[in-house]
Design a protein around this ligand. Structure first.
Ligand code: SAH
Ligand code: SF4
Ligand code: F3S
Length: 438
C-alpha cells in the first residue's frame, strides 16, 4: 500500500531547502507527498528557534499531532532542525511529547533515511542529536519543490556570534562547500531549466575563507555568471562587515547576477551595533549602501532590523528609524528582540519592555510600507527584466528580479518560463501592470 509523508517547515530558506533533502530521502524509500497531515504515515517537523514565537508555534503544532497518533498508532512523527538541535530540547520532547518517534538535529539531517529504516524495523524511539558538525555531506538525495527557483547551499554554519543570535549554536561553525561541487550542481540545475538559482549561506560574503587559498564569494559569483544558459543567480544573506567592493562590482557588471542585495543592518545606532557584536559601524554601512546605489543598476536593497535590543533607548531607535528613511529600503523585515537561552544578550541588563518593542516594530513597519508604496509608483514607466512564468486568459504572470509580481498584458504566444524586458504601465489593486518591450 502507498505510504505518504507530510513535512511542515519553519524558519528560513535554509530550512525550506533542507526540507527538500528530507523529501528526497522519503521519496527514495517510496513515500509520496500528501498535503493533508491526517493522511500521512510520516509527519516531519523541520523546526526553527530564532525567536521564542517560532518555538512556541512548533511546540503547539507538535502537540496537535497527539490525537493523530492515537487514531493511528503506526504514525511516525519526526522532529528535526534548529529547535531539535537546541540545548535541552531533545529532553523536553522526550518528556512532554512522548508520541514523537524520531528526533534528530541539524548536524545529522543526512541520516534521516537511516533513522526511518531503523525505526520501521525496531519500532523503538530514536533521539539522536550530534554535538558537533561533520564534514559536508555531498550525497544527499533531493526533491525540489520550488517551480522555477532552485536553492543551492554554498556554506553551512556561522562564526559571527551576534550576541542575540542562536544560529551559531544550532548550526555549528562556518564550512564552505567546494567550488567545483557548487558549480556542478548549478550546471545541472541550468540544464534542468531552473531560471533562478539562489545561493544560501548565513553570511555568503565569507564564502571560501576557510579554504585559505584565495577562494572568495566574488570568484564564485564570476564563475557561475560565466556558465552557459538562460538563468539568474540570487544569493542570501550578506553581512555588512564582509561585503567587499569586489563583490559589489561583480553584482553591478554581471548580467546573470541578481541586483537584489539583502543587507541586514539590525540597528542604526553604533552603541547597539557594538552590543550586538556586529563588527561594523553605521558609517561603514552607509558607505556600502552608497557604493551599491552608485554602481549597481536597478538595485534592490532590503534589510533585517531588531527593535528593543537590551539598552535600546528612544534615541537609538530614532537612529534606526532615520536610517530606514535614508536608505529607502525596498523591504524591511523588522523583528522584536527575543531573548535566546545561552546567548550573551540574554544576560544583558536593561531589557526593553514588550510594549515598547511592539510600538517600535509597528512604527518601522508603517514607515517601510509607505516607502514601498512610493517606490512602486516610481516604477511606473520603467523598463525592467521579468521572468514570465504563467499564462492566463489574456495576460501573463511575471516576476521582477526583486520578487514583485507583475501582470503582463500580452495575448501572444510565449514559451514559458522566459526572461523578457517589460515596461511597467501602472498599478492595479497593489499589483504592478506591464506590457512587453521586445
Ligand atoms: N545570517 C543572517 C540571518 C539570520 S536570522 C544574518 O546575519 O543576517 C534572520 C534574522 O532574524 C536576523 O537578521 C535578525 O534580524 C533576526 N534575529 C535573529 N536572532 C533574533 C532574536 N534573538 N530576536 C529577534 N530577532 C532575531
Ligand atoms: Fe546570527 Fe549573526 Fe550569524 Fe546572522 S551573522 S546567523 S545574525 S550570528
Ligand atoms: Fe533558519 Fe530558524 Fe534555523 S531562521 S537557521 S531555521 S533558527
Amino acid at each position: 500500500m502507498q505510504k505518504f509523508y507530510y513535512i511542515k517547515t519553519y524558519g528560513c530558506q535554509m530550512n525550506v531547502h533542507e526540507s527538500e533533502k528530507l523529501a528526497g530521502m522519503l521519496k527514495s524509500l517510496n513515500y509520496e507527498e500528501t498535503n493533508n497531515m491526517e493522511n500521512a504515515d510520516v509527519i516531519v517537523f523541520n523546526t526553527c528557534c530564532i525567536r521564542d514565537a517560532a518555538e512556541q508555534k512548533v511546540l503547539g503544532n507538535i502537540g496537535a499531532t497527539k490525537k493523530l497518533k492515537k487514531l493511528n498508532p503506526n504514525l511516525i512523527i519526526a522532529v528535526c532542525g534548529c529547535m531539535a538541535q537546541e540545548d535541552g530540547r531533545k529532553d523536553l520532547i522526550k518528556e512532554k511529547y512522548p508520541y514523537v518517534s524520531i528526533v534528530f538535529g541539524t548536524h545529522n539531517l543526512h541520516k534521516f533515511k537511516d533513522y526511518l529504516i531503523e525505526y520501521n524495523q525496531k519500532k523503538q524511539k530514536i533521539y539522536n542529536i550530534w554535538e558537533k558538525e561533520e564534514e559536508i555531506n555531498e550525497n544527499v538525495e533531493m526533491y525540489r519543490t520550488s517551480n522555477n527557483n532552485a536553492w543551492v547551499n554554498i556554506m553551512y554554519g556561522c562564526n559571527n556570534f551576534c550576541t542575540y543570535c542562536i544560529v551559531p549554536y544550532v548550526r555549528g561553525r562556518e564550512r564552505s562547500r567546494a567550488m567545483d561541487d557548487i558549480v556542478n550542481e548549478v550546471k545541472g540545475l541550468i540544464k534542468d531549466g531552473y531560471k533562478y538559482i539562489t545561493l544560501l549561506g548565513q553570511n555568503v560574503n565569507s564564502y571560501g575563507n576557510d579554504f585559505k587559498d584565495g577562494t572568495n564569494f566574488a570568484k564564485l559569483l564570476k564563475t557561475l555568471a560565466s556558465l552557459e544558459g538562460d538563468f539568474r543567480i540570487k544569493f542570501m544573506t550578506s553581512h555588512p562587515k564582509d561585503l567587499t567592493e569586489e563583490v559589489i562590482n561583480t553584482i553591478a557588471t554581471e548580467k546573470k547576477i541578481s541586483k537584489v542585495i539583502h543587507l541586514p543592518v539590525q540597528s542604526g545606532s553604533n552603541k547597539i551595533l557594538k552590543l550586538m557584536n556586529r563588527n561594523y559601524t553605521v558609517e561603514h554601512y552607509k558607505d556600502l549602501i552608497n557604493l551599491i546605489k552608485q554602481r549597481v543598476p536597478n538595485y534592490f536593497i532590503s534589510t533585517d532590523i531588531i527593535v528593543g535590543f537590551p539598552n535600546e533607548t528612544e534615541k537609538d531607535f530614532n537612529e534606526t528609524y532615520n536610517l530606514v528613511k535614508e536608505v529607502n529600503y525596498g523591504g524591511v523585515f523588522a523583528f522584536m528582540y527575543s531573548p535566546r537561552t545561552g546567548t550573551i544578550a540574554e544576560k544583558m541588563e536593561n531589557q526593553v519592555p514588550q510594549e515598547i518593542k511592539n510600538q517600535r516594530v509597528n512604527k518601522l513597519l508603517a514607515l517601510s510600507k509607505s516607502i514601498i508604496k512610493k517606490q512602486n509608483e516610481q516604477l511606473v514607466g520603467k523598463v525592467l527584466e521579468a521572468l514570465v512564468e504563467k499564462r492566463n486568459d489574456n495576460y501573463y504572470e511575471a516576476t521582477l528580479d526583486c520578487g514583485k509580481n507583475v501582470i503582463l498584458n500580452y495575448d501572444g504566444e510565449l514559451s514559458l518560463p522566459t526572461f523578457k524586458n517589460v515596461k511597467i504601465t501602472g498599478i492595479n489593486k497593489n499589483k504592478l501592470v506591464a506590457c512587453l518591450c521586445d
